[in-house]
Design a binder for this molecule. Sequence first.
Ligand SMILES: Cc1cc2nc3c(=O)[nH]c(=O)nc-3n(C[C@H](O)[C@H](O)[C@H](O)COP(=O)(O)OP(=O)(O)OC[C@H]3O[C@@H](n4cnc5c(N)ncnc54)[C@H](O)[C@@H]3O)c2cc1C
Length: 804
Amino acid sequence: MKTTAQAVIIGGGVVGASVLYHLAKIGWHDVLLIEQSELAAGSTWHAAGGMHTFNGEANISRLQKYTIDLYREIEALSGQSCGLHPNGGLMLAANQGELDSLRLICSRARYLGMETEMISLEQARQLNPLIDSSHFIGALWRADGGHCDPSGTTHAYVKAARQLGASVERFTRVLSLSQRADGSWDVATDQGTLHAEHVVNCAGLWAREVGHMVGIELPVLAMEHHYLITEDLPELRGRDREIVNTTDYAGEIYMRQERGGALIGTYEPHGVVWSPVTTPQDFSMQLLPDDFERLAPYFEIGFQHFPALGRVGIRKAINGPFTFAPDGNPLVGPVRGLRNYWVACAVMAGFSQGGGIGLVLSRWMAHNDPGQDILSMDVARFGGFATPKYTSLKVPENYSRRFRLAYPNEELPAARPVRRSPIYERLRTAGAIMGANFGLEQALWFAPAGVAPTETPTYRRSEAFAFVRAECRAVRAAVGLYETTNYGKYEVSGRGARSWLDRVFACRLPRPGRLALAPMLSAAGRIVGDLSIACLADDRFLIVGSGFAEEFHLRWFWAAAPPADVSVRSACSTLCGVSIAGPQSRALLQRLVRDDLSPAAFKLFQLRQTAVGFAPAILTRAGFTGELGYEIWTTPDYFASLYDDLWEAGRPFGLTHFGGRALSSLRLEKGYGSFNKDFRPDYTAAETGLDRYIDFGKADFTGRAAAIAERAAGAARRFVIMEVAAGDADAIGYESIIKDGAAVGYVTSGAYGHCIDKSLAAGYVPAALARDGERLEIDILGEMRSATVHLSPLYDPQGLRLRG
Ligand SMILES: Cc1cc2nc3c(=O)[nH]c(=O)nc-3n(C[C@H](O)[C@H](O)[C@H](O)COP(=O)(O)OP(=O)(O)OC[C@H]3O[C@@H](n4cnc5c(N)ncnc54)[C@H](O)[C@@H]3O)c2cc1C
């Protein structure tokens, strides 16, 4: 065995094999894959090999397309067949909601350049004559996809990697990992110890255990999964083409041709967790006992929807385990606090995603940048809240919903509530309908007294529409209260804090008593954060950003290596917050604060460290609604008192609660983008418009060279707000934006602007189309809706109310 390597990849399933290939391809030839058994011996060998481009996140869809296209490349390089059956895919809808969902997939695929089409049930039956179309109302066909041979594909990656200089050790088990002072690793195996600069956890079913080797608890769990292979079907005899792989959402069934028969699998509602605590070491090339009694009712649905399958016998049954993260997307990337330790695990669709994961991880390792936005599969989307208990509840929920289409207004119930703010019960009593953000319950909207706090899942406007409208209007007419505890909060302090932050952020740092909007760029000039910095003292700062990005931003700060005289601390659980917004907010707050809040005394982006009622607080004049407004931060022990004081003082002013839905509407009326939706690492400073907050005069900050180059060259595309002639559905996100029949971009967020009575969408269009009044179209649920670009905010374009 080698004694040194630039990188050791632990695990020779399809994911480890892809990472090995991509590292070798990017130029890291001294890489070694260590596999405790035979290649593909974990969950890979018994997979059904299905591959497709479907994912709720556009960037993951793109990587899935890359994976599928890659197979020809590795076949050519290795001479090893991947056993490809590129016969495309069919998705069947049985109700209006599923049909809407397929139409959204179709709209998105247009911009992604994927050949996808809504087709009739008659056409669907020509592609797969086994469908009983009486159960369905619509179908989507896509050209990309099909199935491959799991083992052949894994070996093709490995052989191609070997051609590029990579090595493999089979029947070698990694026993422990210990880090040296320089950040490199001693990798102890049952065949001896080797020294590696980097290690990658691609241990699939054992990813949890390989995480334990470095003291981390990855949110990953395995579920049992069954599929059946039938005897030959007379209906398929004599056909010159294979039937198209078919997904039946209502039946929660997937099926495809397997030689002369069919393969049918189900994601049943009450799935079984496999090895919840420890994965057995000796589990290799093994299957699990069948459980037909439990699964019969679910396969029975399949036999109704594809009746020919019920008329023949079962040739083979497979029950095997594979792993999931709580939201079903993979866990990829570096782990905060662990230099040179990378993960690529919890991959539940290895044959659709393995190639893309290898691509982005190899770039991340070699260039310190995944090269594209992969927030939705970044391991940092989970934080401390994703405990083993949380994972044990969320993974089965995700498994049971694997083939249920997710509605944009749907909140999933498992593992809720986990994190609650001190005013959680008060908000519930006020009618709040809650969602979870980074494990924390947050109000989405409020059902007035006498209205049931529930909402029907839909892609169209729901019964909440009227109540969100009332919330928005109350904010603009008088004053509203929104809880901001769910924002990400960080305290940075120490003698070196100012100069360190000055390098990490692109903006000019505020002086004590002031606040600044603070874009954070990657070295390539892409947006990795859209935060605000409040300067509490020359050596003390409060930074506020998106709650979901807490771990992502903490990892970013950690990677930016704060010097010894700088302390960086998450304040997520030590500070609670509330925003008061609306023309009456000043008068309301003045009743609780001794400081003079008059416009001349307390201006936009100023702050005070003061008392608000009972609560010692940091008070800033800021907000996200475009109205006169304030944010108040205090510690959890005072927070309920602060809320009570505000509520009491607010009564005469008509204080109203508002939730996340109203905030989305209010911010789009003002043209404000939001991190994760509109501002993501896919976009640059000039594209987002956040370049206006960059201090180009600073000598040094991350992303400076790229931002300066972009300023000289001009942005290729621009973030714009569009007014949409919508019907009963507003844009949600990822709908294609069309100009003269060609997709030129996609929507990043959408909402109804209740105070201007217009449907709104935000997105990026080529710079030449970013003109006031430019006429475009947006494909919303299969209908072409005209859209008009507005370069100034549709509400209060001069910002008079904000500054008032
Ligand atoms: C029944 C079934 C059907 C499926 N169908 C599909 C499908 O149609 N399409 C699809 O895309 N996916 C499918 N999957 C999922 C697919 O199998 C997984 O996405 C994929 O196998 C994950 O690969 P992996 O490399 O992450 O993990 P694994 O295949 O589990 O590989 C991990 C490897 O790491 C090795 N290892 C672990 N610990 C150590 C150690 N300490 N030292 C050395 N080596 C170690 C293991 O031996 C193992 O070989 C299916 C799964 C099942 C169970």
